[in-house]
Design a protein around this ligand. Structure first.
Ligand code: ATP
Ligand code: MG
Length: 352
């Protein structure tokens, strides 16, 4: 790979193109990419490459085009205007089915005269955002639902490296439910240079809550336990924040009062990138990222199985903490963490 101002060049044989293209489609921090022809900086070579690109666009079904040119090397005999008009003419002459449309072309042939001449059509939009790794590391609470994978993607798009924790309540939640989370971590991990997924067995914690807590409080207390456990894990994996898929008032446990209870025992910041987003747009994002089809598979999450019919809607923090302390969860959480298992999901092949 080579870099110059504003450009990365990835050299690869044709056989690895599909893998490279797929990697670029998952790469945060680039505004776009294109497969490019490289040629000598002579007018003849550049015109010939424009014609080749025109033919290739035509073969892909494109009928209208325009040609754009940028020249950082001012010693090239044609200026940008000259390249545009001469290149356009050359293409029109050589590819009879193509016509020029400067306002709404189906394809754009771009010519860049830099240290070499680069000619490309059909540039693809990149994911934009910031390169993963530039914004520290966060620990994502990843369930099998629609929201948390999207939340992980959004933080990765702000440059954050992601680890994930999944609380599993076997046998109340099945092995299929766990596999579903592994698949989701694999999909999100493609965008974040991989995810280390920690599965933590939370059955004992959930049973303790069910035995000792008033039923309306069970979900909020479970969330508090998840946060406390995740914070302990974050010290081990050096994460600087927790990330959840919570969205304000989407369900009873996500009212602002209950969110306050949930995070009241921990010091790390809890990032909730979806907090002001409605379900429709979260679903659209999940479809774009590629997690939706997996998220809607029917394996129940532990929270669904244990959710009370009449949950508290506006929990009082002091009461929440009193109830939480009576659960005496420290040892159960520590054991659960010690027994957690880690899987690497979605890492690029050479870093596994
Ligand atoms: P999601 O679609 O992400 O499951 P949700 O709308 O179903 O979200 P909840 O089930 O209330 O909402 O969960 C809220 C957040 O708590 C989730 O987005 C996730 O970050 C975290 N969470 C819930 N269950 C688990 C779990 N079993 N393991 C890890 N994190 C979880
Ligand atoms: Mg859920």
């Amino acid at each position: 790979m080579e870099t110059t101002r504003g450009r990365f060049y990835v050299h690869c044989p044709d056989t690895s193109c599909p893998r490279v293209e797929d990697a670029l489609d998952h790469l945060m921090g680039i505004s776009g990419w294109a497969k490019t022809r490289k040629c000598e900086k002579t007018v003849e070579a550049v015109m010939a490459a424009c014609v080749e690109e025109g033919k290739s666009l035509y073969e892909k079904g494109i009928r209208t085009f325009k040609l754009e040119a940028r020249r950082t090397d001012k010693s090239f005999p044609l200026d940008s205007y000259g390249i545009r008009s001469k290149g356009g003419e050359a293409v029109l002459e050589a590819v009879p089915g193509l016509t020029v449309d400067v306002h709404a072309p189906q394809g754009i042939i771009e010519v860049e005269i830099r240290e070499k001449a680069y000619i490309f059509g059909l540039a693809k939009k990149g994911l934009r955002g910031l390169p993963v790794g530039t914004a520290g590391r966060g620990l994502l609470l990843l369930s099998g639902g629609i929201d948390s994978p999207v939340a992980g993607f959004m933080m990765a798009s702000r440059g954050m490296g992601i680890d994930a924790v999944y609380f599993h309540a076997w046998p109340y939640t099945s092995e299929e439910a766990r596999q579903k989370v592994i698949t989701l971590a694999g999909i999100v991990g493609r965008y974040s240079m991989g995810i280390r997924l920690y599965t933590v067995g939370f059955t004992a914690v959930q049973i303790r809550i069910k035995e000792r807590a008033p039923e309306p409080w069970t979900t909020v207390l479970l969330r508090m336990a998840m946060m406390e456990c995740a914070e302990k894990l974050s010290r081990r994996v050096k994460a600087k924040c927790l990330i959840t898929g919570e969205s304000l008032s989407q369900v009873a446990s996500q009212t602002v009062e209950n969110l306050s209870c949930t995070q009241s025992r921990i010091k790390l910041p809890v990032l909730r990138p979806l907090v002001g987003t409605d379900k429709e747009s979260i679903i659209r994002s999940a479809e774009k990222i590629g997690t939706y089809e997996t998220s809607i598979l029917p394996y129940e999450d532990c929270c669904v199985l244990f959710s009370p019919p009449h949950p508290v809607l506006r929990g009082d923090i002091d009461e929440a903490n009193k109830l939480y302390e009576a659960l005496e969860l420290d040892e159960l959480i520590d054991t659960a963490l010690q027994e957690s298992v880690m899987e690497k999901c979605g890492f690029p092949p050479h870093i596994v």
